[in-house]
Design a binder for this molecule. Structure first.
Ligand SMILES: Nc1ncnc2c1ncn2[C@@H]1O[C@H](COP(=O)(O)OP(=O)(O)OP(=O)(O)O)[C@@H](O)[C@H]1O
Length: 318
């Protein structure tokens, strides 16, 4: 697949002042799902859009995909303003949705051909065989899609999102409820496509996955942006560490500096959580020595994205 052309600037997506209010229906009040969102996704990045349930992630993605009409704001995809150049901005993005919206009576090959037709991809520019190969559906190419397993349907959705060779690929919760093999296949493909120059945007509830895959992460909550940073910088924000020490057969917890939270883990090791900006690691070691505890082995556990997320939103992801 040829590397996507540059958008003429460094941003794959630019969102300015985006709002979305769903109209009142069935007695429910109008719902403002997105409240003035500003967001920029650099070209070539793997970008994570995270947030608790109801944060406005799907609404934002559906606006990018042209499936939901924004209330106000400006959305530019690969340099094309959605309002001024709707066709080009739509052609620059491919979306793998959460729902398995596949025509059960079409084969995977026919689904891809129909999708290519919808995007106006000329026959000679189609890459149906390559796509089937990419997602591992060559053998099932001519079967009815209704006979595919759930995992195979998801793979077909990925292929469908790619028929028009978009510069930006959006994956909405791509691994929710999928098995490890499919997850590995997805991430291998995502890495490959990204190496070829495609910008990837993904939402996920699995923070380890975001931490591993994304080089930049935005966290939104209640329709507003809480932060948008490189993953490494984001992880550096959490001012917490855990010192885990094998103190031998001892079970008592020694006197430790104030503010240290200590517990014995199931394997007998002493785990001490502390705030490194306030309590030097040395003070913990000194406290163990003062209590005559041997230090047979020790490890420092760094904070992960889950810690940062909970600190920022005061809620777990689910
Ligand atoms: N069609 C709709 N009509 C009315 N309200 C809606 C509609 N779609 C979403 N909402 C509301 O808008 C808010 C944002 O929803 P959205 O689906 O964008 O969040 P999300 O971050 O994707 O959440 P999740 O992680 O649960 O998928 C929620 O309060 C939701 O109930």
């Amino acid at each position: 697949m040829p590397a996507p052309q540059s958008p003429g600037n460094a941003d794959a997506i630019r969102i300015v002042g985006l709002t979305k209010t769903y109209a009142a229906s069935n007695g429910a009040a109008p719902k403002q799902a997105v409240k003035g969102l500003d967001l920029t996704v650099p070209a070539g990045s793997v970008f994570g859009l995270l947030g608790p349930n109801g944060a406005g992630k799907s609404t934002t993605i559906n606006i990018l995909a042209g499936l939901v009409r924004k209330t106000s704001g400006k959305v530019t995809i690969w340099g094309f303003d959605q309002d001024i150049n709707p066709r080009q901005s739509r052609a620059a993005i491919g979306v793998m949705p959460q729902e398995l919206n596949i025509d059960p009576f079409l084969s995977p090959r026919a689904s891809l051909e129909v999708q290519a037709g919808l995007y106006g991809v000329p026959k000679r520019e189609r890459w149906t065989d390559e796509l089937l190969e990419l997602v591992g559906l060559t053998e099932q190419a001519e079967s009815y899609s209704r006979h595919l397993s759930g995992g195979m349907k998801r793979r077909l959705l990925l292929a469908k999102a790619l028929v028009h060779r978009p510069q930006v690929l959006v994956l909405d919760e791509p691994t929710a409820g999928v098995d490890i093999q499919l997850r590995d296949m997805l991430w291998r493909n995502v890495r490959k496509l990204n190496e070829q120059g495609m910008t990837i945007i993904l939402t996920t509830h699995y923070l380890e996955e975001a931490e591993e895959m994304c080089d930049r992460i935005a966290i939104i909550d209640r329709g507003e942006l809480l932060l948008c940073e490189d993953t490494a910088a984001l992880l550096g924000r959490a001012d917490s560490k855990t010192l885990v020490v094998d103190t031998g057969p001892a079970t008592a917890i020694p006197t430790l500096p104030e503010g240290v939270h200590a517990q014995r883990r199931d394997d007998g090791r002493l785990a001490m959580s502390y705030t490194p900006s306030r309590i030097p690691t040395d003070d913990l070691i000194d406290a163990l020595r003062a209590a005559d505890l041997p230090i047979r082995d020790l490890a420092v556990e760094a904070p992960d994205l889950e810690d940062v997320f909970v600190q920022l939103t005061s809620r777990p992801t689910r």
